[in-house]
Design a protein around this ligand. Sequence first.
Ligand code: BGC
Length: 754
Amino acid sequence: MNSWKLVYEGFDPKRESLREALCTLGNGYFAVRGAAPESEPGEVHYPGTYLAGGYNRLKTEIAGRVIENEDLVNMPNWLVTRFRPEEGDWLNLLSVDILFYHQELNLKEGLLARTVTFRDKQGRETTLIQRRFVHMEHMHLAGLETTIIPENWTGRIQVRTSLDGTVINAGVERYKQLNSKHLSPIGSEAVDEETICLLVETNQSSLRVAEAARTRVYSREELIEIERKLVEHPGYIGQEFFIEVARKKPAKIEKIVSFFTSRDFAISEPALDSVEAVGHAGGFDELLQSHVLQWDHLWNRFDIRLENSDRPQMILRLHIFHLLQTVSRNSIDLDVGVPARGWHGEAYRGHIFWDELFIFPYLNLRIPSITRSLLLYRYRRLNQSRLAAQAEGVSGALYPWQSGSNGREETQHLHLNPKSGRWLPDYSHLQRHVNTAVAYNVWQYYKVTGDREFLAACGAEMILEIARFLAGITTFNQELDRYEILGVMGPDEYHDGYPDSETPGLNNNAYTNVMTVYVLRTALKAIDALPPKRRRYLLETLGLKQAEFYRWQDIIRKMRVVFHGDNIISQFEGYDRLMEFDWEAYRQKYGDIQRLDRILEAEGDTPNRYKVSKQADVVMLFYLFSAEEIQELFTHMGYDFDPESIPHNIEYYLKRSSHGSTLSNIIHSWVLSRSDRPGSLELFHKSLESDISDIQGGTTHEGIHLGAMAGTVDILQRCYTGLEFHDDTLFLNPNIPASLPKLLHENQVPGQLV
Ligand code: BGC
C-alpha cells in the first residue's frame, strides 16, 4: 500500500458517491467532487462544484410554514465531458462491461486519476484515462485531461464537453423537498474556436459566477484541428465534435477551466477575466507541474509522518489533504469561514459551526495566517452578532450556531427525520456555547502566535463582546447564591429540553457554564494584554464600565455547576433524574444506534427522557483543559473539584454516549490518553475511519467531517505529545500509547513542529 494514494480498484455504484466526496479536489477557493465527467446527478453520481463561501438563500413552504435556508450553491458543472463511438451509446458505466477500473487520488500531487477499460454492446473495447487537478497556486484554474484509446476498433468518436449551469442543489436526500434552484442564466459565449464561457448569477445573493473552458484535442500527441458544433441553451454551453480514432492510438481531450466570481479581487468582470485566464494558461502538463510544486511546498510544512504504518499514514495525509483543500493560502482574505463538512458536498449547507475548535489548533501551529483569516471571518460578523444579542434583549455579541454569508443565524427552523418522515422544530440554535468556542479560538490563536496586533485590532473586541453577552444571559439565583444560565443546549444535541416541558432548552449545562467562566476570565486577561491606549479606546468605544467587570468577577466566583452521584458533573440540572437507557436492547433491535434521536422520535419517544448523549458534552471540558486548568476554574467558582474524579466522569459519560457525531470519538480518544492509552488509541483509529469507511453509514457522501479529520491529526500533534502553551512557554508532557508508531522528524523544515 502506498501511503500517498487513496486507491480504488473496481467500480462500485453503491459507494460511488462516497468516493466522490473523498476524491474531491479543491484549493481553498473552489472545489469539485470526484464525480465522473460523463456522469449525471442521480442515485449513483453527484457532480458538484462549490465556491468557498458561495451561498444563496431560498424560501420553501413546508409543513404549513414558510422557511428560508441558506445553501452552499452547487455551481455550474465544468467537468461535463461525454463521448460515444459514432452511433453508439454515450458512455455510462452502468451499461457497459467494465474490464478494468482503477481510480487513485494522489495526495502528494493533488491529482485524481482514473483508468477504465470497458466493452460496449457492439463488442468495442475502449480504454479511458482521465486526470484532473484544481490548481493550488493559480486558484482560478482547473484541468481535466481525457485520453481515449480504442483497443480493438477504428472509427469516429463523438465528444461533448460543456459548462452546465442548469444544475440544482440535490446532493442531500433529506433536503429534497426544499427549493433548490439557485442559479439564473445570464449569458454564454463561444469566444473563439477553443473557448466557451458561461455566466450565471445566484438568484438571491446576486453573486455572478463565470466559467470558461478551453478545449484542445490531440491525436497521437499532436494538436489537431477539428470542426466543433456549438450547443447552447439558457445556462448551458458546450461544444460537440468528432475525432477520428484508430485502434490502439490515443486521442486526448484537454480541458482547461477557469472559475471567477463577482466577489473576486483584482478583476474587472468575472466572464472577462475567466476568458483571459484560460487564454493565458499553459497546457495540462505545464499547469500540473506548478500545481505539484505547490503541493510539495505544502507537504513540507504540513506532513505528519508515522513510521511503518501505511494505512493510518495514508488516512492522516488524506485528512490533512482535505483540510488544505478547504482552507489554504488561497482562502486568506476571502472572508470565508471553515465549513464543518468542507466544500465537498451540501450537508449542513456549507455552514460554519463550533467545529473550528477542532480545526484551528493544527493550523495555529503550521500556518497561523489561515487561522487569523478565519477569525477575521468571525470579526466581520461581530455587528450582526450584536444585533442577534440585542434581539435577545442582551448586550454584547451572540454568534450564531450556524453561520453562513452575513453571520445571521442559519440554523434551520425545521429538520426532517428521515426515519419518521416528520418535519420537526430544530432548537439547536440554543447552543450558545458556540460563542465560548469563538472566544476560546481567539485566545488560543493569540497564545500560540503572540499576535498582539490581531488581539488589539479585533480579537479582544470579540472576546469582550462575547463575554458581555454570556454575562447578560447569566441570572442570579438568590436562594442558592449562585449564577445560572437557563434555557440553553449543550453540545449533546440529543437533549434540547426537559421531557415534561413545552419550552425548549435546559438549565445549567455544565459545559456552557464553565466555559462562560473561562470566557469571562479570558476577557479580563485580554484587557490586561492590550497596550494601554488601545485598552482605553476599546473600553470607551464599547462603553464597558467597572461595574460590568465587578459583575463578571462575581459570576466567576459564583457560577453554578450541578453535581450528582460520586462527584459526577451533571450535564445539566436535572440530568440525574433522567432514566437510564437500555443500550443493549436498542443495539439488538436496530444494530446501528448512532442516531438514537431519530430512532426514538420515530418510535414516538424522545432522548430527552434518557441519560443518553449524542456526543461529548461534560467531557469537552477535559478535552479543552488540562486537569490543573479545570481544577483552577472550579476553585475560582468555589467548588472543591478533585482531579481524581476526572476518569470517573469520562467513564460515566463514555458509557452513555452513542457517538452520533464524528467529533465524539476524537474528544473521547483525547481525554482517555491520560487514563486509558489503549482505549484512546482504539478511538483514534476509529476516528481515522470516520470518513474513509463512512462509519456513520451514509453521511460522508454529503460532505466530509472536517472537525474529525483535523482532530485526528491534532491528537498526534498535541495530545499524544502533550504539547501545551502557557504564558509564552511551550510545555511537552507526552502521553504516547505504547503501540503508537513513531512520529518521524526527518526532512524537517524550519517552522515545522512535529
Ligand atoms: C454535531 C455538532 C457539529 C455539527 C457539524 C453535528 O452533528 O452534533 O456538534 O457542530 O454536526 O459538524
